[in-house]
Design a protein around this ligand. Sequence first.
Ligand SMILES: Cc1cc2nc3c(=O)[nH]c(=O)nc-3n(C[C@H](O)[C@H](O)[C@H](O)COP(=O)(O)OP(=O)(O)OC[C@H]3O[C@@H](n4cnc5c(N)ncnc54)[C@H](O)[C@@H]3O)c2cc1C
Length: 489
Amino acid sequence: MRPMQTGYPSFSPPSNDLLDRFEQIVGTPHALRDQEDIRPFLREWRDRFHGQSPMVLRPGSVREITEIMKLANATSTAIVPQGGNTGLVGGQIPSRKGNELLLSLSRLNRILNIDTDSDTITVQAGCTLAYIQEKASSVNRLFPLRLGPDGQSQIGGNLSTNAGGVNALSYGTTRDLTLGLQVVLANGEILDSLRHLRKDNTGYDLKNIFIGSEGTLGIITAAVLKLFSRPRAEETVYIALPDPEAAIGLLHKVKDLFGQSLTSFELLPDIAICFGLRHISGVNFPFLSPSPWYILFDIVSGEDPDLLRTRVAAMLTSFRKTERVHMTAQAETRKQAQSFWQLRTGMSQAQKNEGGSIKHDIALPIGVIPKFLNEAAALVEKNIPGARPVPFGHLGDGNIHYNVSQPPGADISVFLRQREKLNTAIHALVNRHEGSISAEHGIGRAKRGLMKQFRSDVELKLMQQFKNILDPGRILNPGTLLPPAEQEE
Ligand SMILES: Cc1cc2nc3c(=O)[nH]c(=O)nc-3n(C[C@H](O)[C@H](O)[C@H](O)COP(=O)(O)OP(=O)(O)OC[C@H]3O[C@@H](n4cnc5c(N)ncnc54)[C@H](O)[C@@H]3O)c2cc1C
């Protein structure tokens, strides 16, 4: 029996003749070759991942993508798909070798259908998340996926990373919001399962292998997504509290009272609030005195807005009397609610202004989070004395962004050189608590070296087998997700 293929062919830089053939498929204006034009596609917003590429292809149709993939497959040309370029693990950025073509989905940006009987919307992959939210809203429906860079990230990227975001607590991740998918395979064939069905057990559910595959198994070109009723009422609440244990206690109390109507439940330490107040303009923070921790959450309902307002106010009055809370605030207006949320959604940007940051996108069983936070803080101090942990995120899903900011005034490059040492210590702690080292951002280039440590041999073997079936030439997004083969290590 032949040994299973796990490595990548050594791709040569495409010749000018070959580049001309790709250019003919999309037309000259949409085949970028000038490095000035290409540069914005080759680095991400934090400037952590930089790549090289001789060409960015911007196809305008599924047919053009099939032609691109047929040619790439026949000539062993590596292709890196890119959506809105907001990914945080570098999967959308080609390697520095300059031998991969970048395939931008931005021109596939049409809404194909809205069906208010089935409560579905069919969209092309390059539609931004904000555009889909807006189109859903225009027919009085809700598309609940909400991340932060909604005006830039695209649904194809959200599907490829199985993005989570702040509403996953109630509505699930992108996978849970998807009914059908259209994918161009590595050989140019089209897998068309743009079905609107809520129940369909006709064989294996093929779409789920592509969701979360980070562009390594196919190019997602369109999707059928679920729509929801738009809530008539929405309340946004901040609570200041002494510790994460108190936050978990409240999570269960609010869930008991409001069930699925609790759509988000975010944890923020005081240092995160200080960063936000320092660096985000126009935010509205309701408390005058500081507290060690805060939670921020939304409750929605189809009922009369005044009724929900009264029920939430009564809950907060009762919490102030019976629970370990310091202060509570209920947004008075939608505008104030948005400004409460600005502190949370602007957190990555605010942190950038504080210098270098070492990030960990982790998930843990909710009950162990307080213990983990104490142990992780001790590890940070041991490894990089003076560094500032800024753990925040989706407590309701057990997903914490365990970010660590550099010590004030430290040299950023000296700090970032210690990334690997700190990552190793934090990931080992996550593993000890049976958590995940990638909750919602994916593996990308950043974490592929960790796959062998955190996935079993059987899981890795099956992943390689899927790759070999769907992309036998291994041309799709080399260097992302799958662990490096021995010769690469
Ligand atoms: C400030 C900020 C906040 C964020 N908050 C969250 C959050 O709360 N939750 C969360 O989950 N993420 C979050 N992210 C991460 C990021 O927004 C998500 O990973 C998002 O889903 C990426 O979408 P994108 O269109 O930008 O994809 P890109 O960054 O362009 O690509 C991401 C991956 O998908 C692949 N890909 C893109 N499009 C396609 C396609 N059509 N077919 C096949 N493969 C494709 C790429 O090759 C790459 O591997 C945040 C990012 C930022 C900058």
